[in-house]
Design a protein around this ligand. Structure first.
Ligand SMILES: Nc1ncnc2c1ncn2[C@@H]1O[C@H](COP(=O)(O)OP(=O)(O)O)[C@@H](O)[C@H]1O
Ligand SMILES: [Mg+2]
Length: 220
């Protein structure tokens, strides 16, 4: 379903060139739960962003069901991303000025009806067991609660693929376990294709498949 073909990403820091992702090919099938594991600086976040249409690779292709996503026009790429991919980040990236319900619903306001967006946001918060916090602001939530809100937000447009960058990176043990359970639930119950990147082996071991990344290269 998501086919990464010979992807390379170079960054330029002043005169220095950084090869963040080095000729990576990876095939992810529908229903997969894949963990990409590596140390800090290995290229995990860069690769995840490229997979989700957030960052143009220097070379190579990202094919989703045969469509070369970086050959879409900008507006179609944004549309593809909003309909197909949900992102969850280590530091949540919630909007501090919006309450929980609005944070979850906002990505679907852009698609039209405010009322139905809020209804779906409410349902997701209930599904994730955090609806009682719907009028709270992010600063009033614990880390685990924030991450649940971030999951709800990622799911608002019912994406086929969920991409998570160190989703437990900033959480205590109990909240980590909640996220582990949630990832499994979304993969099995909701049939989401789940891809996580992490340096946490314990988390990775819950996935159906693990690949390692080191210095931008995928190994076994
Ligand atoms: N925007 C950027 N500009 C320059 N270098 C970057 C940028 N983003 C990442 N890098 C470099 O690319 C390498 C991989 O980074 P990253 O993908 O964030 O790794 P990881 O997520 O595994 O810690 C690192 O050496 C990092 O410094
Ligand atoms: Mg990272």
């Amino acid at each position: 379903m998501l086919n990464i073909e010979s992807v390379t990403k170079k960054y330029h820091n002043g005169r220095e060139e950084v090869l963040a992702v080095d000729n990576v090919s990876l095939l992810c099938n529908e229903g997969d739960y894949l963990a990409i594991v590596g140390h800090s600086g290995a290229g995990k976040s860069t690769l995840l962003h490229i997979m989700g249409g957030l960052d143009l690779p220097t070379r190579g292709k990202v094919l989703f069901k045969g469509t070369d996503v970086y050959r879409l026009r900008d507006s179609n790429l944004s549309l593809w991303r909003s309909q197909t991919v949900g992102f969850v980040f280590q530091f949540y990236h919630l909007i501090e000025e919006l309450n929980v319900l609005e944070n979850v619903a906002i990505a679907s306001f852009l698609r039209g009806e405010r009322k139905s967006s809020l209804k779906r946001a409410q349902e997701l918060l209930e599904y994730l067991g955090i609806a009682k916090r719907k009028n709270f602001f992010p600063s009033q939530l614990s880390g685990g609660e924030r991450q649940k809100v971030a999951f709800a937000r990622a799911l608002i447009n019912d994406p086929q693929v969920l991409l998570c960058d160190e989703p437990t990176g900033n959480l205590d043990k109990d909240s980590q376990n909640v996220v582990v359970g949630l990832l499994e639930q979304l993969n099995t119950e909701q049939r989401k294709t789940v891809i996580i990147v992490t340096h946490n082996l314990e988390l990775a071991q819950k996935a159906k498949r693990i690949v390692n990344i080191k210095e931008g290269q995928i190994g076994s």
